[in-house]
Design a protein around this ligand. Structure first.
Ligand code: THU
Length: 129
């Protein structure tokens, strides 16, 4: 499947970002294994540590809708280089995604493609077993 729909969803989600502190708006769109798409934006807080990234909002929304497996993620931001999920988001994503394609794209249209296993290798090795 092409990324056009996911990219459009992430771009639209970015416009909902609540980012009065960083002024850095991020949108994310994740595709579940049944093709459904869920979106998220970053939601900041005066207590900075409570800020939630767009990627976690998207996947948590999907999980709340009953989804448990995912194929693709798009992260959309206005940065000189495409943005990849932060370490915390990688760990949350890997809970539900053994293999996830990650596309990062900026307003200029520069795309970067990778996978979650590249971004977070050996994520579950040795834990609880
Ligand atoms: N942010 C995201 O939402 N996703 C990322 O992948 C990188 C960072 C947000 C968190 C914070 O609101 C702002 O961008 C600056 O770090």
């Amino acid at each position: 499947m092409k990324y056009d729909t996911l990219i459009a969803a992430a771009k639209a989600a970015r416009l909902q970002a609540y980012a009065p502190y960083s002024k850095f708006q991020v949108g994310a769109a994740i595709e579940a294994d049944d093709g459904m798409i869920f979106t998220g934006c970053n939601v900041e807080n005066l207590s900075f540590g409570l800020t939630v990234c767009a990627e976690r909002v998207a996947i948590n929304t999907a999980v709340a809708a009953g989804k448990r497996a995912f194929r693709k993620l798009v992260v959309f931001a206005d940065s000189s280089e495409p943005v990849t999920p932060c370490g915390a988001c990688r760990q949350v994503l890997v809970e539900f995604c053994d293999e996830l394609e990650v596309c990062s794209i900026n307003l200029a249209g520069n795309e970067h493609h990778t996978t979650l296993s590249v971004l977070l290798p050996r994520a579950k090795a040795g834990i609880l077993g």
